[in-house]
Design a protein around this ligand. Structure first.
Ligand code: PLZ
Length: 452
């Protein structure tokens, strides 16, 4: 049925776009029909090509098409798919043992990942970490720890926030469709604040940082009470909500406010972390040191792993056995993380992310000069986006956004959308992508705009 799929992926795959059928092709369509009979409808696909191998900057599908990857599996395979140091360590670990449960009998890999987290995350204070399986689970645990440490209950979150799909994290997430609709009731003691969103701030981008800080501190004072707040949780650059980059000064101001009132600042760096934005963590950009930080996605090169890292006294306020889970910090996932972190260091992937930004931003800005429907070009490093709105207004244009994405897909470029209004095209290439592929992907995007 398939056209001899490559036996292995990784960076050795031909780094080229190559379309041999329409997208999706007949082999993928056949699999899709099977999928529809077996897989729940609630779990959807953005681009239904079935992948048989991937590596570097390409995804190869069941029909033998090779697509350019501007999604990295939603900011996960920053080191590239099947990165050699990841596969090597995973293979070695899987041959030794696959699971003991760290809570039963420990192993070194878990400790080594926590040591790396202490070393790489912002701040030189004494830190502790706990490992979990998914981003949502890390966020859940950060909230548990913050409440336990402060003996307070309220959690402050923001408009456009995304923190996951479990019950507590749905409550933290802002957007109703598709994440929350009819899935309530949601967890309590969650308070939502306006986000410092420069493009859409009523007083304009110049006033955004100061005014947003004023509004947030006033609302917390009047509606919640500072000393009821356990933690403020924020993505330093918002992901699913639209790659919203808060203006300089907002995050440091928020950190100051939290410190003044004994409120813990939780940075959700699940999407922004591990070199994606050109620093190890997005908080590094303005020297913000959160009390707790959640990580996942890029941490382990595609293996499911997540972490909560925080001040030792906060983390260790939790009684023995108060945190855990059967699979958290699984040895194979930890091996993957050690391989991924080693790759980021050895290949200077933070530098690669900055270089990707330097290549992409000028071309995206030029595109915005040509097409007035592009209201904003934003992001940092290899976490970039363009927001589409009706020219002359900020009326979100989700329809055109979807058409551009579809045109990219048809031409063999995997790209994603996001945003509260569904009107943001986002670009998250693997940090190891070759510059030729990056340029070719941008050309496809330009052609897509010309065609819609
Ligand atoms: N926090 C900042 O970006 C996951 C979700 C895709 P999990 N984002 C991709 C989808 O539609 O489900 C994410 C995130 C931030 C938390 C999470 C949740 O991480 O590993 O998906 O649970």
């Amino acid at each position: 049925m398939t056209t001899n799929p490559p036996a292995t992926g990784g960076p050795g795959l031909p780094q080229q776009r190559r379309l041999v059928t329409e997208i999706p092709g007949p082999a993928s369509r056949e699999l899709l029909a099977r999928r529809e009979r077996a897989v729940a409808r609630g779990v959807s696909n953005i681009l239904p090509v079935f992948i048989t191998a991937a590596g570097g900057g390409v995804l190869v599908d069941a029909d033998g098409n090779s697509l350019i990857d501007f999604g990295s599996g939603i900011a996960v395979v920053s080191v590239g798919n099947s990165a050699p140091r990841v596969t090597e360590r995973v293979r070695e670990q899987v041959a030794r043992f696959t699971h003991t449960c760290f809570m039963v009998t420990p192993y070194e890999g878990y400790v080594a990942v926590c040591e790396e987290l202490a070393r790489r995350t912002p701040g030189n204070h004494e830190k502790r970490s706990a490992l979990f399986n998914s981003g949502a689970e890390a966020v859940e645990n950060a909230v548990k720890i913050a409440r336990h440490a402060t003996r307070r209950q309220a959690i402050v979150t923001f408009d456009h926030a995304y923190h996951g799909r479990t019950n507590l994290t749905m409550a933290l997430t802002a957007k109703n469709m598709p994440y929350k609709d009819k899935f309530g009731p949601f967890a309590g003691e969650i308070y939502r604040m306006p986000m410092a969103y420069p493009l859409r701030w009523p007083g304009g981008p110049g006033q955004c940082a100061k005014e947003a800080l004023d509004v947030v501190s006033t609302l917390i004072h009047t509606q919640v009470g500072e000393d009821n707040v356990a933690a403020v949780i924020i993505e330093p650059i918002q992901g699913e909500g639209g790659f919203v980059v808060p203006p300089d000064g907002f995050l440091p101001g928020l950190a100051d406010f939290c410190r003044q009132h004994g409120i813990l600042l939780i940075a959700d760096e699940i999407q922004t972390g591990f070199c994606r934005t050109g620093d190890w963590f997005a908080c590094d950009h303005e020297g913000v040191v959160p009390d707790l930080i959640t990580t996942a996605k890029g941490i382990a090169g595609g293996m499911p792993l997540a972490g909560v890292t925080g001040r030792a006294e906060v983390m260790d306020s939790v009684h023995a056995s108060g945190l855990g889970g059967t699979y958290g910090g699984n040895p194979v996932a930890c091996a993957g993380a050690l391989g991924a972190i080693e790759t980021m260091e050895a290949e200077d992937l933070a530098g690669r992310a900055r270089r990707i930004g330097e290549i992409m931003l000028p071309r995206l800005r030029k595109l915005a000069d040509t097409y007035p429907i592009i209201a904003d070009v934003r992001g940092r490093g290899a976490m970039l986006a363009i927001e589409l709105a009706q020219p002359g207004s900020l009326e979100p244009d989700a329809a055109t956004t979807g058409q551009v994405a579809k045109a990219c897909h048809a031409a063999g470029l995997v790209t994603l959308t996001c945003g509260t209004f569904g009107n943001v095209l986002r670009f998250l290439p693997p940090l190891v992508i070759g510059e030729d592929l990056l340029e070719e992907g941008l050309t496809i995007l330009e052609d897509a705009f010309a065609s819609v």
